[in-house]
Design a protein around this ligand. Structure first.
Ligand SMILES: C[S@@+](CC[C@H](N)C(=O)[O-])C[C@H]1O[C@@H](n2cnc3c(N)ncnc32)[C@H](O)[C@@H]1O
Ligand code: FES
Length: 453
């Protein structure tokens, strides 16, 4: 039994540059054209679209296979999609001019490809050649650095909405023309720009997320990663010394991009966090948001709970940024701010909810242990302490993002790290909390909750 009337496979096997493959012949564009056409012809619930790996017919790509009919189409370009969808998928008539029916030739080509591939892998192994994916991992910094430099120089804004030559971009950003062109060419290869007759244009993605004037411009937040780059360059020394060796003094511009980055993440997650904490259902009236950053979580909780009053405690350089967000949200009467150091300054008392989101990783285990104890004392009976962070599995090797984030804290803090669920549980328990729970949310961070008896 088939759950769908048709199941379509499109080969999207990536291969090293210079090796023929379906994506180089526009198979991703084919897939996206298929998706749009299937929807527009009302066949969304009858056709399932999937990608598949190499079928050994790369010279004839892109390859599209339609099951249950077992029809193999070759050299399918996006322009052929409306016909394939209406004729084959809607009316059941195979598009004969694109279908490849010579099964013997297909099998021979596929077998030859397989034998060639196996022989090549054997020869590489014998010669002791480093696997391509390992090579790529080691050189991953090159693409990353190219994009960071493009963001730093605001290249995508300089390219503008009508496109520009390399010389024009170089003039706008006051940079060398030859070097600018080299960078622009790389951005084309990374699919962040397009190039036609010497004119560079933003792709829809870069125009939306990286160019000035777009409401979704993520550049201010992404500039935080430019700062992280500098810190990560000190990783070797940090591993030697066991702590951050990078300068930790922050200029106001880096504080702005840090808080912009935090705000972007927080806005994406805040609704799910409010829902997971169950704020609507339970009487929460007084909240303390330690290290509240842009205020995005306090704002989300205040919007969900009409009589909530939240206080944000953060450092002096961050509080004015939070105040700006709170004012723009129209919540200045219910969200207040306080300059303070959460490791030293008193928290106050009688809170129904204390939130520490993306905080514990900045501190050492001992600092967290003390923080949990002070949070317990600052809560009203029945009050909840909610921690959001990148939580490691007990052996600390996964998830990879949380493990990498530990290094991010090594290079950036005195004693910070990602911590495991057992570590958090111990701090909750030792502070006196009961009903200790972990709540997994989509994305890299999870919540841990405890209740004051
Ligand atoms: C990673 S951000 C998290 C911001 C926010 N909670 C969120 O999840 O979006 C950490 C925040 O803690 C603040 N912070 C760092 N050390 C602090 C301290 N000792 N006392 C108060 N705030 C601190 C930082 O200024 C920053 O706003
Ligand atoms: S890459 Fe698509 S068939 Fe080989």
């Amino acid at each position: 039994m088939e759950p769908f009337r048709h199941h379509i496979f499109v080969c999207t096997q990536e291969k090293p540059e210079g090796v023929t493959n379906c994506p180089a012949n526009r198979s991703w564009q084919l897939l996206s054209a298929l998706e749009s056409e299937v929807i527009s012809q009302g066949l969304d619930n009858e056709v399932q679209l999937s990608t598949c790996g190499c079928l050994g017919l790369c010279d004839e790509g892109p390859i599209l296979i339609a099951y249950p009919d077992g029809v193999w189409y070759r050299k399918v370009q996006p322009a052929a999609v409306p016909e394939i969808v209406s004729s084959h998928l809607r009316d059941g008539k195979v598009v004969a001019r694109l279908a490849w029916t010579d099964a013997a030739a297909m099998k021979a080509m596929s077998a030859e490809h397989r034998d060639h591939f196996r022989a090549m892998m054997k020869a590489r192994d014998k010669a002791g050649i480093l696997p391509d994916d390992v090579n790529e991992m080691i050189r991953g910094f090159m693409s990353s650095r190219a994009v960071l430099t493009a963001l730093e120089l605001d290249i995508f804004s300089a390219v503008g909405s009508n496109g520009s030559s390399a010389d024009q971009v170089a003039q706008k950003i006051h940079a060398d023309a030859r070097a600018t062109e080299m960078l622009l060419n790389v951005l084309v290869s990374l699919k962040l720009l397009e190039k036609n007759a010497g004119i560079f244009r933003n792709t829809p993605l870069s125009a939306r997320f990286f160019a000035e004037g777009s409401p979704d411009n993520a550049r201010p937040a992404m500039l935080h990663s430019v700062n992280l780059w500098d810190r990560w360059s000190t990783l070797t020394d940090a591993v030697h010394s066991g702590t951050s060796v990078a300068s930790r003094t922050r200029d106001q511009q880096s504080v702005i991009s840090f808080i912009a980055a935090m705000d972007r993440n927080a806005k994406e997650r805040a609704t799910a966090v409010v829902k997971a904490v169950g704020a609507n259902a339970n009487g929460i009236h007084r909240m303390l948001d330690l290290g509240g950053g842009s205020g995005a979580y306090s704002i989300a909780f205040a919007r969900a709970i009409p009589d909530l009053h939240s206080q944000i405690m953060d450092l002096a350089e961050v509080v004015p940024l939070a105040q700006g967000h709170i004012l723009r949200a129209g919540l200045a009467d219910r969200i207040t701010t306080r300059v303070g150091d959460m490791l030293r300054d008193p928290f106050g008392e009688n809170y129904d909810l204390i939130l520490v989101s993306a905080i514990c990783h900045m501190f050492s285990a001992e600092e967290n242990r003390a923080l949990f104890q002070r949070a317990y004392r600052a809560l009203a009976p029945g009050g909840r302490f909610v921690v959001q962070d990148f939580i490691l599995e007990p052996d600390k090797t996964a998830p990879r993002f949380a493990a990498l984030f530990s290094l991010n804290m090594l290079v950036g803090t005195r004693g910070g790290s990602s911590y495991s669920e057992p570590e958090y549980t111990t701090w909750f328990r030792d502070a006196g909390f009961s009903d200790i729970r972990r709540l997994r949310l989509p994305g890299p961070a999870s919540l841990m909750l405890g209740t004051r008896a």
